[in-house]
Design a protein around this ligand. Structure first.
Ligand code: SAM
Length: 344
């Protein structure tokens, strides 16, 4: 690593190490970032699940995307309306298949999903999680307390689905790397959904506080302090690699180095979640305090992966929601996931 990257590493360490352990433990696992409902977290789980079981669970995956879109709309509605009467009105409108809940516009996509509930998928019963949400969300000082039974619907369904697949012996499991894993933010869902037991997972993060949090939650799992600029692993050591929300926080030189490193250690495929990507010709570097908050160019990122031998499919979350589900609401129009494969 050269001096510039060494200095950047020190600045990144200072940035993340000054944060409170309790804040690091919770800030990326709630609200729109809740990995049970965040579309980019779903995409990375589905990326792993396709490797584990091929296309067998594709219907369950597409139902889960609808579930997430519905729950995100409902959560936002509960947050903005702030009381049980509004949720009761939405429930009544859905039951009447009406788009008007006493002035709240009930979107077509939600009504369509509601009509299909309860239902079943891949032989698994899907409960009416929308009614569950509307009936059981409570409010404290106008803030919604979400019903966990409803939000965990797909954690239970995936547990049941995976229980049907024989588990591979640990020595033959896919080796999966997650750089910048935070406080096991996405791993919590991998664990709750029954996926963690099926893979050989390693997570690393530059911030020791995050790794201490992760180890406290999952003492049996391999969480290490590590730097994406210098991953201590041989070439193609991991079958798969997934990560979220790291590249925009690096200098452009750091970005190049990090891309090089994650491609170097990955044998088959990567799933990379970005939070600030745009259709612009070149990256915009924006130093912020001791780190960065860059806007990255979709085309430049695509070329960077192509140069390193990976073909890609690009999924903008907003476009996916609109085109696949007819859902207009997205919490971040710049959120985009790259699904990347080494061509056979
Ligand atoms: C925005 S957070 C994302 C955390 C997690 N991936 C998620 O999406 O919930 C960025 C993470 O990158 C980590 N990080 C920053 N620079 C890093 C580096 N050079 N190597 C490894 N991790 C780094 C930070 O400590 C922080 O946990």
């Amino acid at each position: 690593m050269n001096d510039a990257l060494r200095q950047e590493t020190e600045r990144l360490q200072r940035t993340w190490m000054t944060r409170d352990p309790a804040h690091l433990d919770s800030y990326l696992v709630s609200g729109p970032e809740d990995p049970r409902l965040n579309l980019q977290s779903l995409f990375s789980r589905h990326f792993l699940l396709r490797q584990l079981a091929g296309k067998v669970w594709d219907d369950l995956m597409s139902r889960e995307c609808r579930f997430a879109a519905a729950m995100n709309w409902l959560t936002e509605c509960a947050r903005t309306e702030g009381d049980t009467e509004a949720l009761a009105a939405v429930r009544h409108a859905l039951e009447q298949d009406s788009d008007n809940a006493e002035g709240i516009l009930v979107p077509t996509f939600l009504r369509r999903i509601f009509r299909q509930l309860p239902g079943d998928v891949c032989g698994l019963p899907v409960p009416n999680y929308i009614t569950e949400f509307l009936e059981h969300t409570a409010f404290v000082s106008g803030k919604p307390i979400l019903p966990y039974a409803g939000i965990d619907t797909f954690a239970r369904l995936w547990q049941q689905a995976l229980a049907r697949e024989p588990a591979k012996p640990s020595a033959t499991r896919l080796k999966v790397l997650e750089p910048a894993c935070g406080s096991a933010n996405d791993f919590r869902a991998l664990h709750a959904f029954g996926i963690a037991d099926r893979i050989d997972y390693t997570g690393f993060d530059l911030c020791e506080t995050n790794i201490a949090n992760a180890r406290r939650l999952f003492p049996e799992t391999r969480f290490q302090v590590g730097n994406i600029f210098e991953i201590p692993a041989p070439d193609r050591e991991f079958d798969l690699c997934f990560m979220h929300d790291i590249f925009e926080h690096l200098s452009l030189a750091g970005l190049e180095r990090a891309l090089e490193e994650v491609c170097r250690v990955t044998r088959l495929g990567l799933c990379v979640g970005f939070f600030n990507l745009d259709d612009i010709p070149a990256h915009i570097e924006r130093p912020y305090e001791e780190y960065h908050w860059n806007t990255l160019s979709v085309e430049q990122i695509r070329k960077a992966f192509l140069k390193r031998g990976f073909a890609c499919r690009i999924r903008n979350v907003g476009a996916f929601l609109q085109e696949e589900l007819g859902c207009e609401q997205t919490h971040n129009p710049n959120a985009c996931t790259f699904l990347l494969w080494r061509p056979k």
